[in-house]
Every structure is written in C-alpha cells, then in structure tokens.
Design a protein around this ligand. Structure first.
Ligand code: NAI
Length: 336
C-alpha cells in the first residue's frame, strides 16, 4: 500500500479533504494516509505553522496531497505554502485550466496550462522596513531557477503534445529581473525548435486572456505573475472551486488546489471539492493509478452533466451531497 502525506489545512480544507478521501476510497485505491496538520491551528502547540514533522513526512513519502492553509495578511507567520515549496524545492507550479462539462462560462474550449516558477521572485520573502513610511521587497530572479522552470515548461509541452510556450514578463519595466527570466526562456526555447515560442507582457497577456483565451496554450511565468494569472485563468473556466494544481520538484510532488482556505464559507458544507479532487486525480496518475484516476474523472464529469453542482457553480448541492453523487456514479462505473 502506498503511503502519502495528507496535509489537512484549515478553513474549508478539512471538508474538501474528507470528501476527496472518501472518493479515492470508493475508487478502490488503498492509500495509507500520513495525516499531518499545519497552519494557524498548530502554532500554539508546536511553535510553528509548518513543524519539521510535516516536511519530514513529505521527504519520507515523496508525495503529498495538500488542502489550503490560511496566511494572515500583513502580519503573523510566513506562508506555509511558500515555505513548503521552498524547503522541498518544489520549483514548478503546474496549473492546467480547461472547461469542465456543463459548467457555464463565458468561453468554450479554454485549454491553458500555467507553469509558474515557485521558489523566488517577490515570494523569496526578502523584505525590510526602510523607515516608518517606507518598506522594500526584493524581487529576486536567478538564471538557474529561470532556466530550470523554462525547461520544465518546454518538456511539459513536448510530453503533453502542446504546440506553444508563451513567456509572460514585464521585462520592459523590470529590465534586469524580468529581463533575466525572459533571456533564460529564450535560451531554453532555442533548444526546442519543435515548440513555438512566444513572448508577451503581463498586462497585455491579462487583456488577451479575457478577450480571447483560446489563443493560449502553455504560459510560462515568474512567481508573482503566475499566481495572479492562474487565478485569472481559473475565472475563465468557472472559478476557484474547480482549479487544480501541483507543485513539482526533482524529488517531491505536492498536489493542491489553486484556491485558498475560503474562510467566508468554511464549516458550512458549501465548498466545492472539485479543485481538490482534480488535483488528487493528477496525484493518482503520478503514482500509476490510471484506472482509478480515469474512473473518478468520469464520475465527476457525469455528476456535473447531471446538473449536480455546488453553489459556486450555480447549483444547490452541498459539498457532502456532491461528493456522494460522485461516489454513487463511481460504484456504477466499477460494476460495469
Ligand atoms: P480563497 O481562494 O480562499 O477564496 C476566494 C473566493 O473563492 C472566496 O469567495 C471563496 O469562498 C471562493 N472559493 C475558494 N475556493 C472555493 C471552493 N473550493 N468552493 C467554493 N468556493 C470557493 O482566497 P482568499 O479569500 O484570498 O484567501 C483565504 C486564505 O487562503 C488566505 O489566508 C490566503 O493566504 C490563503 N490561501 C492559501 C492557499 C494555499 O493554501 N495554497 C492559496 C491561496 C490562498
């Protein structure tokens, strides 16, 4: 039996985690979950939102499924997410974004993969107070990290039959930092002549995404733009409730939805578990459980096609009802 670290998080985290565990169980995949709590809830007892045991667990098991963790704005501890990605060197944040069946959106046939650099940029957390009225953050970009993520994007394109990689920067303004990211992407692109290479400025990219998202294939971005643009892309396909993600490094992989802990709906059985479930489907593929991954996806799509949806998608189903509907369809699929 495979052991996988499960980071339960807070806010809607526990609800969507329970939903996903039930679905995976119903799909017949036996996983020994190494459950690790992290975030605000463990600071008092363990002195840190990301105790060493969580990192050690992922290092031991190599793979984790993670639900969202709250990061207080402007004060308190450093983001668990940023810390985890940095400590495990999960340098690639992969966020595939495509229309799901029967989910009404402004656009059809969106199929974009956001590849976000995950370890540096403004997220390096190098900030200081200059004086009472001035604060500075360092935007750190290095050639090795930029070339590594560019290589990841091009390899992903090749392995997934994609045609184009488009690098997104603000190199006209941040000439040195974004300039280096762009220059690195150009160098790597020259090694992949079979993949089209395109360059765009981030402001124009946002406008083009809203106007005509179908023109984009794989987007390659530094950390901050990647964070913002991937939420924009989630909005194109129906919102954060369905946007999946994965953090991939050389040795470890942590699968997690794009969204946060949604404190506004926590504990109300309203959360959409789809984003977490789609992330888990990718995790199952990663460990070779292709049949279960496929069955879960089919059951999820059948549920959506039957118009059973949570409130964020305009439906009436509670998180628990939606989950049960998927499980019911899984049982039918497995007896076919
Ligand atoms: P959020 O993603 O938690 O919520 C934004 C909006 O989307 C809210 O209206 C929420 O109800 C809705 N939403 C999100 N996920 C949903 C789901 N599965 N089903 C239905 N509706 C959903 O973003 P927000 O409010 O900016 O952040 C809340 C907290 O989460 C913050 O502390 C933030 O730092 C943290 N966060 C954690 C992340 C992680 O653990 N990977 C990622 C992003 C934010």
């Amino acid at each position: 039996m495979k052991t996988i670290t499960l980071i339960k998080g807070d806010g809607i985290g526990p609800e969507i985690t329970d939903a996903v565990m039930k679905v995976i169980n119903a799909a017949g995949v036996a996983i020994d979950w190494d459950i690790q709590s992290a975030g605000a809830g463990v600071i008092e007892t363990e002195g840190s939102p990301l105790p060493e045991r969580v990192i050690e667990s992922v290092k031991k098991n190599k793979i984790a499924l993670k639900s969202p963790v709250t990061t207080p704005i402007g004060k308190g501890f450093r983001s668990v997410n940023v810390q985890l990605r940095k400590e495990l060197d999960l340098y690639a944040n992969l966020r595939p974004c495509y229309n799901l069946p029967n989910v009404k959106t402004r656009y059809d046939k969106v199929d974009i993969v956001v590849v976000r650099e995950n370890t540096e940029d403004l997220y390096a957390g190098i900030e200081h107070q200059v004086d009472e009225n001035t604060a500075e953050s360092i935007k750190r970009i290095t050639r090795p990290a930029s070339e590594r993520i560019a290589k990841f994007a091009f390899d992903y394109a090749i392995n997934n039959n994609r045609k184009e990689v488009c690098v997104v920067t603000k190199a006209n303004i941040c000439k040195l930092s974004d300039g280096l990211f762009l220059e690195s992407a150009r160098r790597i692109a020259s090694l992949y002549p079979q993949i089209k290479f395109r360059e765009i400025l981030v402001d124009n990219c946002c406008m083009q995404l809203v106007q005509n998202p179908n023109q984009f294939d794989v987007l390659l971005l530094p950390n901050l733009y990647g964070d913002i643009v991937s939420d924009l892309c989630a909005g194109l396909i129906g919102g954060l409730g369905i946007a999946q993600g994965a953090n991939i490094g050389t040795n470890y992989a942590v699968f997690e939805p794009v969204h946060g802990s949604a404190p506004d709906i926590a504990g109300e059985d309203k959360a959409n578990p789809t984003a977490m479930l789609m992330s888990a489907i990718e995790m199952l593929k990663h460990i070779g459980e292709f049949e279960a991954a496929n069955n879960i996806k089919l059951a999820l799509f059948e549920t959506l096609n039957a118009n059973i949806m949570t409130a964020d998608l305009g439906g009436k189903a509670k998180c628990s009802e939606f989950t049960q509907a998927i499980i019911d369809r899984l049982f039918v699929l497995s007896t076919k």
